[in-house]
Design a protein around this ligand. Structure first.
Ligand code: PMP
Length: 362
């Protein structure tokens, strides 16, 4: 069996070492004679050997301060688009959003059900090819929170700075760049992320929520959309995504063995540089129109001179074992998602393929 290189945006490639461990213990986990998939979430084994270690590993990896709760939620990152306003609005009627691409737009559209959404930074005029500078941010006087999307998975742009919101809670949808580099968690009110890119299998969403923001949800908030439900019950109010939490814990451990997020950040930057350098040196054969100040290190998007070449590129790359490079249908083109678990060897293979493809078709 030959593992291929999976450049899909998510569910995405996972570390080979973790996959092998999971395979080895799939039927008989820790000599118990059962699989983790069959293990009850209220057993002491789940609590002591899976849930608590996963929480501790993540806390250590991200240096999460003691006044934050880590919550394991099942409903996907998209559910956070409503959980955030439901939990943070309290008696306010407005929230500020940084509008930098398709995912921030989805978050805004959902928030509009609950409050007035103000656009505090807007990249629409440049077609989402650049994140305007922080000097262009205009916050409203009475916003309950400021929401942004540090990495726009579809557009291929990324913030390389943290917005300063002057005491208003900052909320970040880190679905596609969590754990890819160090962040100062204390700058945030809430960080949330779907697991299926940089953490583990789908089905798990992680929310890291500052204590003072928990317990103030609007009265209409459904029980499972209230952060307090998860905080009060150690994420065990109802059945969590047990297998995804188990795998997330193994990925966290693997990350630590690689040197943690600081080491990953170096590797991730090197991987992204290799692709951008080739694109920029290709005399227009490959083109990436994202401003250099905000190119994504996780999702490298680019186009070829025409649609026929793009189709051929996708066909031949797949045949060469480089899978799922097709860009999101909303923007077209090619997208190479190169999260933590994509090895440098995988990126090198893509770079070599791109060079050869250009030679043959340029
Ligand atoms: N936010 C971002 C930045 C994403 O990339 C995605 C998924 N691609 C989502 C939210 C939605 O995640 P989910 O499918 O888990 O709801």
């Amino acid at each position: 069996m030959q593992r291929k290189y999976n450049f899909g945006a998510g569910p995405a490639t996972l570390p080979q070492a973790v996959m092998e461990q999971v395979q080895n213990e799939l039927l008989d986990w820790q000599g118990k004679g059962i699989s983790v998939m069959e293990l009850g979430h209220r057993t002491s084994e789940f609590n002591e050997l899976i849930l608590t270690p996963a929480l501790n590993e993540l806390k250590a990896l991200m240096s999460i301060p003691d006044n934050y709760k880590i919550l394991f939620i099942t409903s996907g990152a998209s559910a956070q688009f409503s959980m955030v306003p439901l939990n943070l609005l309290q008696n306010k009627t407005q929230a500020d959003y940084l509008y930098t691409g398709i995912w921030s737009h989805k978050a805004m559209a959902e928030a509009k059900r609950y409050c007035q959404v103000n656009i505090a930074l807007n990249a629409e005029a440049n077609g989402f090819t650049a994140i305007p500078p922080s000097s262009e941010m205009t916050f409203s006087a009475d916003a309950a929170y400021v929401h942004y999307t540090p990495n726009e998975t579809i557009n291929g742009s990324e913030f390389h700075w943290i917005p300063e919101t002057n005491k208003v809670p900052l909320v970040a949808d880190m679905s596609s760049n969590i754990l890819s580099r160090s962040v100062d968690v204390s700058r945030y009110g809430i960080i949330y992320a779907g697991a299926q890119k940089n953490i583990g299998p789908a089905g798990l969403t992680i929310a890291i929520v500052r204590d003072d923001l928990i317990g103030k949800a609007l009265p209409v908030t459904p029980t499972l959309y209230n952060y307090k439900t998860y905080a009060d019950n150690n994420s065990l109010y109802n059945t969590p995504a047990t297998f995804s939490i188990y795998m997330a814990g193994l990925v966290f451990k693997w990350l630590r063995s690689q040197g943690g997020v600081a080491a990953m950040a170096e590797i991730n930057q090197r991987k992204a540089n290799k692709l951008y350098q080739l694109i920029d040196a290709s005399a227009g054969f490959y083109s990436n129109n994202i401003d250099k100040s905000c190119r994504s290190r996780m999702n490298v998007v680019f186009k070829l001179p025409n649609d026929n070449l793009q189709q051929l590129f996708l066909k031949e790359s797949a045949a060469a074992g480089l899978l799922y490079l097709k860009g999101h249908k909303a923007v077209g083109g090619i997208r190479a998602s190169i999260y933590n678990a994509m090895t440098e060897k995988g990126v090198d293979a893509l770079v070599e393929f791109m060079k050869d493809f250009m030679k043959g078709n340029g």
